[in-house]
Design a protein around this ligand. Structure first.
Ligand code: ZN
Length: 190
């Protein structure tokens, strides 16, 4: 067996090599983690003038008013919001979005409150009906979009609540339908 002094000498001789190997391992690990991280979905304009909706699980889609609470009736069928992407000349729905039945009831109650505001006189010093309606609307829509919104991909049997942020990030990640690494899916602006 080598004596302790010999081991120390050997270790100091190999110290540089050991440091280099450790640094390479750290860099590879960082690269692997970066590779594993899903890319954030491409951004869309914050205030679209229209949105896409679908009544057939994303096979076809149509334009409608922006942010219309869905599901809503369209030609006798429930319509939900559709997020459309384009890749290599192909347009396709990446995921669908709707509110839960509870959230839709909250939105309906809010619409009723907003309608009632317009019919009652404003007290002195109180914001006007339009300003109050705007505040109620933005607060309610913020709450339901945080707690009562759900998404799925076309063909999925079940919806996933936006509270499940990891699962939702995977659902929202656009994937090119072609076997071509040079393709990057781009959002289609309605
Ligand atoms: Zn493609």
């Amino acid at each position: 067996m080598a004596d302790p002094a010999g081991i120390r000498e050997m270790m100091s001789r190999h110290a540089l090599a050991t440091t280099v190997v450790a640094a390479v391992v750290v860099l590879l690990a960082a690269g692997w983690i970066a590779f594993q991280m899903p890319e954030p979905p491409p951004t869309r304009p914050p205030n679209p003038t229209q949105d896409f909706y679908t009544t057939d699980d994303g096979k076809t889609w149509f334009r409608g008013p922006p942010g219309q609470p869905a599901p809503f009736d369209h030609d006798g069928k429930p319509a939900v919001k559709a997020y459309v992407y384009r890749c290599g000349g192909t347009e396709f729905v990446v995921y669908l979005e709707e509110f839960t039945p509870d959230a839709m009831r909250v939105i309906e109650d809010m619409e009723q409150r907003v309608a009632d505001l317009a019919t009652r006189p404003t007290a002195p010093g109180e914001p006007g009906p339009a300003a109050q309606a705007g505040m109620i609307r933005s607060r309610t829509m913020y709450q339901v979009s945080m707690f009562g919104r759900e998404v799925k991909r076309p063909g999925d049997a079940t919806w996933t609540s936006v509270g499940d942020t990891q699962a939702v990030a995977a659902i929202q990640q656009p994937k090119c339908p072609h076997n071509d690494r040079s393709h990057t899916p781009e959002p289609v602006i309605p």
